[in-house]
Design a binder for this molecule. Structure first.
Ligand code: ADP
Ligand code: MG
Length: 259
């Protein structure tokens, strides 16, 4: 087990999860998970299909009921409705993109930004592109495509738009469910670099299977198996762990090699 300096002593933000449990008809999809997710590091959450990764994110973001504790900036998230979780600064993306295909890139961002605006503020904001939306467009590299319907975007660009929507929502914690699935190698690299850029002042958790991507971008990796944390560490540490190879990496020849 690794010991770290408690995050609050370093003045960093963090999301703290303790004893998180989610049951579906007596089946524990998430079973007593403890995680401390620190600002400024790219956390990866890996584990075989059915390990409970998506359910964990669902519980933290108010989509399924969970017991235990999930605290961010002194606020208990479990039991909050989804929009309250967003207002508390915690945003997520889904395994399948959820952009409004018939609306433009800009309109998608504008709607996402509405989460933090009053109706009056929205009316005023519509007279021009607000600064924070401009800035999000630039960060995700879609400035030139702002007036295109989201439906015509490439697969990778849709995922970046979703990340842009979290940016305008001012999510300080971003829980990204398989954001690079189906992306080309080039799109993966661009996504990793995007996450690095926005990650310094945020807490980012990425669920991903592709070990090449994990190796390149992960600062910390947590391995989930059958609803429990199997182990946590650097990529090298988890790849050297025989238990991890057994439940997960052993299945992908690529993942099990040179730790
Ligand atoms: P992962 O994202 O790691 O692949 P999931 O979190 O989607 O895994 O699923 C974890 C387990 O919980 C699986 O066995 C899945 O079948 C089960 N599960 C997920 N959602 C539900 C649900 N709404 N009702 C019943 N079982 C569910
Ligand atoms: Mg999943």
């Amino acid at each position: 087990m690794k010991h770290v300096v408690p995050p609050d002593e370093r003045g960093l933000d963090y999301l703290e999860i303790r004893g998180l449990t989610v049951e579906f008809d007596g089946f524990r999809a998430v079973d007593g998970v403890d995680l401390t997710l620190l600002q400024g590091r790219l956390h990866f959450l890996i584990g075989p299909n059915g390990a409970g990764k998506t359910t964990l994110v669902d519980a933290v973001t108010g989509l399924v009921p969970g017991s235990g504790l999930a605290r961010y900036r002194g606020r208990e998230l479990l039991g909050l409705r989804s929009h309250k979780v967003v207002q508390a600064g915690v945003g997520r993306t889904f395994q399948t993109a959820t952009v409004f295909e018939e609306l433009t890139v800009l309109q998608n961002l504008d709607i996402a930004g509405g989460v933090h605006r009053s109706a009056w503020g929205m009316l005023r904001a519509r007279r021009g592109v607000p600064e924070y939306v401009e800035s999000a467009l630039e960060t995700i590299g879609l400035s030139d495509l702002r007036d295109r319907p989201a439906g015509v975007l490439a697969h990778g660009q849709k995922q970046w738009l979703e990340i842009g929507m979290l940016l305008v929502q001012d999510s300080k914690v971003m829980l990204l469910d398989e954001p690079v699935a189906g992306m080309s190698a080039e799109e993966r690299t661009e996504t990793g670099e995007l996450l690095r850029r926005i990650g310094a002042e945020r807490t980012i958790v990425v669920i991903e299977h592709d070990m090449e991507f994990v190796r390149t971008f992960a600062d910390v990796v947590t391995v989930l198996h059958a609803g429990k944390v199997l182990t946590e560490g650097t990529v090298a540490e988890i790849q050297a762990d025989p238990r991890v190879q057994e439940v997960y990496l052993g299945r992908t020849a690529e993942g099990a090699d040179h730790a």
